[in-house]
Design a protein around this ligand. Structure first.
Ligand code: ADP
Length: 324
């Protein structure tokens, strides 16, 4: 009745923005990601008949009501499947900043799905775990798998949609340099942001039409290990989704001055012949994809960029792992 799991966050290369079905959390566009070994969540779940309610601890403190509610919603689904009635104690640690645009929800809900299923005695295969994690957070569906991962677009009511691995971590020895800019939590959560874009951005429909093309290009580039093609498509996908966010009503601008400074740094590196490509999620931080041999040079350039507070080098990471 007790298990732990470790999952890594992932960064989308083909960006996810927009839901086909908000109730089941089904994405309206295909997304492709890279799981990162340095962004780790560890979660322990214990079903305990002596507990009167679920207890959730996150990063050494009691989870807020909103955080606990998302965790409990997943526990409820698992209890129904396992025909279990006990309450649970959940203890989770993100070994990187929570809710800051570094995809803690991805590793958080992937680790929770794996640990809670194992503790409840459910022997789900990875695809089923991925579908379960997706209902809590679409990016969590991708964090069940290591390496390069695709989550297809789905249809309304497609409750069993899951991610799949395109290539394992050792397929391509890339590096992703994470450059933190402004500290603190993101101002508009992804779920709220996507719904606002769907309802109000005049560019949302154009985004839905264009996003699958970038995802196809990125998939081919991963297969061919072609960083220039991947990087160019990733930057276009990134800027297009931010364009949707910026043109929502009220507008959602996730960038800080340092975001633009870091983008200029990455462009400058390219002008000097380094294949470096930037992406930003629903937050101000800049993540730069490059070859392993260029990682230190790219990091140094970002470290020197005004407003960048911290950098680290991340590499392709493994599947979710259950530790008893
Ligand atoms: P991020 O970019 O970090 O994913 P989000 O705002 O999209 O930011 O998601 C952060 C939310 O995900 C948190 O407020 C919390 O509800 C949930 N979350 C983050 N980490 C965990 C975790 N380890 N276990 C359970 N839920 C988590």
């Amino acid at each position: 009745m007790e298990a732990s799991a470790k999952a890594c966050a992932n960064i989308a290369l083909a960006k996810y923005w927009g839901k086909a079905d908000p109730k089941w959390n089904v994405p309206a566009v295909p997304s492709i990601s890279l799981t990162l070994s340095q962004l780790v969540t560890e979660t322990r779940v214990r079903f305990d008949p002596s507990l009167s309610t679920d207890e959730v601890r996150l990063d050494g403190r009691r989870a807020s009501a909103a955080e606990a509610a998302r965790v409990i919603a997943m526990l409820e689904r698992i209890r129904r499947e396992a025909r279990l009635r006990s309450s649970a104690k959940v203890t989770s640690h993100n070994h990187f900043p929570t809710a800051a645009g570094l995809a803690s929800s991805a590793s958080g809900f992937a680790a929770l799905a794996a640990a809670a299923c194992a503790a409840a005695g459910l022997k789900h295969d990875p695809r089923r775990l991925s579908a379960l994690a997706r209902v809590s957070s679409a990016s969590a569906a991708r964090s069940i798998f290591g390496g390069f991962v695709e989550l297809p677009a789905g249809r309304r009511g497609e409750s069993d949609l899951s991610a799949r691995q395109l290539a394992p971590a050792d397929h391509w020895n890339l590096r992703l340099i994470v450059a933190l800019t402004e500290p603190g939590k993101k101002k508009v959560g992804s779920t709220e942001g996507m719904e606002r874009s769907r309802k109000t951005s005049p560019y949302y429909q154009a985004w839905l039409e264009a996003a699958p093309g970038w995802a196809r290009t990125i998939k081919r580039a991963i297969r061919d290990r072609d960083l220039d093609v991947l990087g160019a498509a990733m930057e276009r996908s990134t800027l297009a989704f931010h364009c949707c966010a910026i043109t929502s009503d009220p507008p959602i601008l996730y960038w800080a001055p340092a975001t633009l400074a870091a983008l200029a740094t990455v462009r400058g590196l390219r002008e000097r012949g380094v294949s470096a490509w930037a992406t930003m999620d629903a937050g101000p931080h800049v993540k730069t994809l490059c070859r392993m041999g260029d990682a230190y040079r790219v990091r140094q350039a970002l470290d020197r960029t005004p407003g960048v507070t911290r950098t680290w080098i991340a590499e392709p990471g493994p599947d979710v792992e259950v530790i008893r």
